[in-house]
Design a protein around this ligand. Structure first.
Ligand code: PBG
Length: 327
């Protein structure tokens, strides 16, 4: 009987050895916490399909931002929920609109402690819920939408956002926003492009979180889930247009796309662990079907292993607390 001389299990024999040879670690600074801020709200409101996540008021936002900073997080990503919506999403570019006020509030609370990012898309501001303005036939008009995004970008940059998160999936949105920012003297404002954003069923709870009236689908602007090569193409286009960071979204179902992008990207790569990924694990954990903490940590390190430098996750603050306690 010959015994194996090559024994990979030697490297797994103790916690100390596993710690020494581990390939990927989670760190609070790589995590970004999405935050929802709702206009005309008296007190933070829970979101049934996102247990543990709330819609903030402008008054409760500074505490959330300070908490994120104290947890050592890399940043926060702000979403606004307006009291009124219209066909062209005019609240997005209004300096007094909820998202722009939230940006000012968050930037003041954050100081230099973390990066304040803001969602740049029309879907929270339109009464039909699409990410752009519609043409006479009721389809999203790409180039007319770019003009709206440019207006929103100026409002968000003026409010002090450090990074604009372009999530609308219009062709040319990075180039259009970059040009508008630079022409207005905002060359220091960075762009995080939701480059490979798929038309996913896993955004369901998010639509609750933003009180979305949306009933249709976004298949003529978001990516088709079966398409892998196209994800890399979109990320390449966005980087060429001037994106400072590119993102893949959702995360767990799209780790192949994430790995493709990370393998060649010259700019940092982010991944968004979306609302449905969060809700799915929370629901299973509540039933005792999955170990909650182990499942959360495994899902996050899988996203890092696939190549994400930055991960947006609703668990960011809680996970940061665990990482600190674990040293
Ligand atoms: C669009 C936007 C969406 C999400 C982030 N930005 C929704 C959509 O495209 O339908 C989803 C995030 C999540 O599900 O957690 N502004």
């Amino acid at each position: 009987m010959t015994y194996p001389r090559v024994r990979p299990r030697r490297l797994r024999a103790s916690a100390a050895m596993r710690r020494l040879v581990v390939e990927h670690r989670l760190h609070p600074a790589d995590l970004v916490l999405p935050l929802f801020v709702k206009e005309d709200l008296d007190a933070p409101a829970s979101i049934p399909s996102l247990p543990g996540v709330v819609q903030h008021t402008l008054a409760s936002l500074p505490g959330a931002v300070e908490g994120a900073a104290a947890a050592g997080l890399g940043g926060v990503m702000l979403f606004g929920i307006p009291a009124n919506r219209d066909a062209v999403g005019s609240g997005g570019a209004d300096p007094a609109g909820i998202l722009n006020r939230a940006i000012e509030t968050a930037v003041a609370a954050a100081g230099d402690s973390l990066v304040v990012m803001s969602d740049l898309c029309l879907d929270e501001f339109t009464d039909h819920g699409h990410c752009g303005v519609l043409d006479a036939a009721g389809r999203v008009d790409n180039d007319a939408t770019l003009a709206c995004y440019a207006g929103m970008a100026l409002a968000q940059a003026s409010a002090g956002a450090h990074v604009l998160g372009l999530s609308g999936m219009m062709d040319g949105q990075v180039a259009a926003v970059r040009e508008a920012l630079d022409d207005a003297g905002h060359s220091g404002t960075a762009i995080l492009a939701y480059a490979a954003k798929y038309a996913s069923a896993f955004y369901g709870p998010f639509r609750d979180a933003v009180d979305s009236p949306f009933t249709g689908n976004r298949r003529d602007y978001q990516l088709d889930p079966p398409n892998r090569r196209e994800g890399l193409r979109e990320a390449t286009i966005d980087a060429t247009e001037g994106a400072d960071i590119v993102m893949v979204k959702p995360a767990l179902g799209y780790l192949d796309v994430l790995a493709d992008v990370a393998a060649t990207s010259a700019v940092p790569v982010a991944a968004y662990q979306v609302s449905g990924e969060y809700a799915m694990l929370e629901a299973a954990a509540e039933r005792g079907w999955i170990d909650r903490r182990a499942g959360i940590l495994e899902s996050l390190v899988s996203i890092r292993r696939a190549g994400a430098d930055i991960v947006l996750t609703y668990w960011a603050a809680e996970v940061a607390g665990w990482l600190r306690a674990d040293g």
